[in-house]
Design a protein around this ligand. Structure first.
Ligand code: GSH
Length: 217
């Protein structure tokens, strides 16, 4: 039985949960929430060089980094979801977008979150403004990209990267109204059963969101 270590509220954990749910792959979830005790967190601290989750365990094999987990599932536990396009050129495109969502959407959203964690009473406003500028730049790039290109069919590696990053990024810096394609993509992603399951399972933890969760979604 596969085991996935992570937290229901963690964006990168969603990235690994979405392909498991989409393919109905049996697995045991090992929550690192402190309420579950220290063992799962201690395992992650040892398994990942940065102590980060998700971490997937398949027998003797440990897979870290959410993108690698999606790729591993595509190879070793395939199902109906076309996680990585079989066409090599389309796969390159999917991997490029995966990097865009991680490095420019998830990363800049996380900068805002971290600024609130570092100093909740007095967060670094310059850092927050800079992260939001960079988020808006990523939104613009994605809106333009969506204007001339199509995403691979769901549920792909791109779905896994885009859904959690757009979900939380929109909380810290709403996607502007003049980005209709990106707004529609976020709504489309949240309507996917594998994604909405993550949203619902994370709902009890919304109070954890350091900048404050909006009353929507
Ligand atoms: N590059 C990692 C990032 C994972 C990551 O940042 N995970 C966060 C949760 S969303 C985490 O482990 N945070 C706890 C920590 O950094 O100690 C991946 O793609 O899996």
């Amino acid at each position: 039985m596969l085991q996935l270590y992570g937290h229901p509220f963690s964006s990168y954990t969603w990235k690994a949960l979405i392909p498991l749910y989409a393919n109905d792959t049996p697995f045991a979830f090992r929550s690192v929430d402190p309420a579950e005790g220290p063992e799962n967190g201690a395992f992650v601290a040892k398994a990942h060089p940065g102590g980060k989750f998700p971490v997937l365990v398949d027998g003797e094999t440990i897979v870290i980094e959410a993108t690698a987990i999606v790729e591993y599932l595509a190879v070793h536990h395939p199902g109906p979801a076309p996680l990585v396009p079989t066409d090599a050129a389309e796969a390159v495109n999917a991997r490029m977008l995966d990097r865009v969502f991680d490095n420019y959407v998830m990363h800049n959203m996380t900068r805002v979150v971290v600024a609130h964690i570092v100093n909740s009473a007095n967060p670094d406003l310059a850092e927050i403004a800079s992260a939001k500028d960079d988020l808006r730049r990523a939104y613009r790039w994605l809106e333009d990209w969506l204007c001339g290109n199509r995403l691979p069919p769901h549920v792909s590696l791109v779905t896994c990267a885009a859904a959690p990053s757009l979900f939380y990024a929109d909380w810290v810096e709403p996607i502007p109204d003049d980005h209709p394609r990106l707004k529609a993509l976020r709504a489309e992603l949240l309507a996917l059963p594998a994604v909405s399951r993550c949203v619902e399972d994370a709902r009890p933890f919304r109070g954890y969101f350091p900048p404050g969760a909006p009353d929507r979604d």
